[in-house]
Design a protein around this ligand. Structure first.
Ligand code: B16
Ligand code: MG
Length: 219
């Protein structure tokens, strides 16, 4: 294993609740609709723009907004979201992640962030984890979002390692598909029934260790 490619939301910290709260507020204010709880999982790993499209479709307002209006709505959601995530501290790092980063760094394994979030640098800064990562892929530089492999291929390129020599960590179905399509070994966090496409599934981040990632890579 010559590199580890990390998703952010749901792997390093749980920002999904902040994303969903901000989308719910926007959907109510702009479209007058209440998003059901099931929408939270649906928006995981999906870009800001794609998330808004899904919400517009749910509100049955397809084609009613110009590109500029949609961009303004996405910006409005992001302003609320950024205000919320500014409260993040190292206490919000998911269980097992800090020891995993320490162990991988001690073994000299380079680590890269492959998140769909344009706010990844801010979040890592708030969590005091930036120093562990060689690079953060800018989703603006990636042609197609997850489930396309592009972001994981770009992450492996940042450390000049073949994706086949990397393990990718994900909590979303779209993200696992992206890791597999990139040729990396997928380790998923969540329900085995939902994430069955992954090489290995663990129930929570607390189960992640450097040895487990090495074993997943070797199997
Ligand atoms: P932003 P990940 C994803 O993060 C979130 O799961 C998804 O809900 C969000 O829409 C996306 O980032 C974009 O985030 O609006 O901050 O650019 O799971 O790929 O780390
Ligand atoms: Mg995620």
């Amino acid at each position: 294993m010559d590199g580890v490619l990390f998703d952010l939301d749901g792997v390093i910290t749980d920002t999904a609740r902040f994303h969903f709260a901000a989308w719910r507020q926007l959907a109510q204010q702009a479209f007058g609709v209440s998003l059901p709880d099931s929408f939270e999982a649906e928006l995981k790993g999906i870009s800001r723009e794609a998330s808004l499209q899904r919400i517009v479709a749910f509100a049955q307002l397809d084609g009613q907004y110009t590109v500029a209006q949609l961009a303004a709505l996405a910006t409005q959601k992001n302003e609320n979201y950024v205000a919320a995530i500014k409260q993040l501290t190292a206490a919000d790092i998911l269980p097992g992640i800090q020891p995993l980063l320490v162990a991988l760094k001690a073994r000299g394994v380079p680590m890269v962030i492959a998140s769909a979030s344009k706010n990844a640098p801010l979040i890592l800064d708030r969590l005091a984890l930036s120093a562990y990562f060689t690079a953060i892929v800018n989703p603006n530089d990636v042609h197609q979002g997850k489930p396309a492999p592009d972001i994981f291929i770009a992450a492996a390129q940042k450390i000049a390692v073949n994706p086949r020599k990397c393990v990718g960590l994900e909590d979303s179905v779209a993200g696992v598909a992206a890791i597999n399509a990139a040729g990396a070994v997928s380790v998923a966090i969540g329900h085995a029934s939902e994430l069955s496409a992954a090489a290995v599934v663990v129930p929570t981040t607390a189960a992640l260790t450097a040895d487990l990632l090495e074993q997943a890579f070797e199997q």
